[in-house]
Design a protein around this ligand. Structure first.
Ligand SMILES: Nc1nc2c(c(=O)[nH]1)N[C@H]1C(S)=C(S)[C@@H](COP(=O)(O)O)O[C@H]1N2
Ligand SMILES: [Mo]
Length: 198
């Protein structure tokens, strides 16, 4: 894996690269299964579970404030990409539209294609988490999760759902796709929460 595409970090960048990770300059695509093609006009986003059920459209999302984000991206398969530039909508702005049951403690992300992944609410509802619809100034390509994905920069990238289409709020922690297959319930790259499951 080392060599042309994966580099040991320069010393000045090493404090940005979590243990056991290597830098890549490209942006690898990591998808389990098919890449869905979704037209923004048909895109729908649902909230349910321990929250008042609601369906949102693309224009509901687009009417929220847009922000630029530059964030590092860490995949548990050991590649990291620094300074990825996104445009997106803050989770905290979206959550103003959600009527949450006070008993909610966790959220399961749902996607076109059936992928799921869990987060506790503290890891989900953070100022630097966002729904991304542009990558390096262009509409988010479908292989990277377009038209819309979640980005949770402080955790391994399997927690950043591509083609996200819903949030199921929960009063308990429930495993998503990779967590059922042995990945850690939380996935902090700095403490190498790679495996562990539930
Ligand atoms: N819906 C969906 N989201 C997903 C995945 C997936 O297979 N399906 N893979 C995850 C993993 S393991 C990683 S590392 C990142 C990769 O994002 P990228 O393909 O844009 O690099 O997306 C995450 N989100
Ligand atoms: Mo990954």
């Amino acid at each position: 894996m080392l060599g042309k595409f994966f580099n040991k970090p320069d010393p000045e960048l090493s404090d940005r690269v979590p243990p056991g990770q290597y830098l890549t300059k490209g942006f690898p695509v990591l998808t389990y299964g098919e890449t869905p093609q979704i037209n923004p006009e048909e895109w729908q986003f649902k909230v349910w579970g321990m929250a008042t059920p609601k369906t949102f459209t693309w224009s509901d999302f687009m009417s929220l404030p847009h922000h630029e984000f530059t964030k590092d991206f860490h995949c548990v398969t050991r590649w990291s990409k620094l300074d990825v530039q996104w445009t997106g909508i803050k989770v905290s702005d979206f959550m103003k539209l959600v009527e949450l049951d006070p008993k909610a403690t966790h959220v399961l992300q749902h996607c076109y294609g059936g992928y799921t992944t869990n987060l506790d609410l503290e890891d989900f509802w953070r100022e630097d988490n966002f729904f991304a619809f542009e990558l390096f100034g262009e509409p988010l390509p479908s292989e990277h999760g377009g038209p819309m994905r979640l980005v949770v920069p402080h955790l391994y990238a399997w927690k950043s759902s591509k083609w996200i289409n819903g949030l199921e709020f929960l009063a308990t922690d429930q495993p998503g796709f990779w967590e059922r297959n042995g990945y850690h319930r939380r996935g902090d790259p700095w403490t190498e929460e790679r495996y562990g499951g539930f």
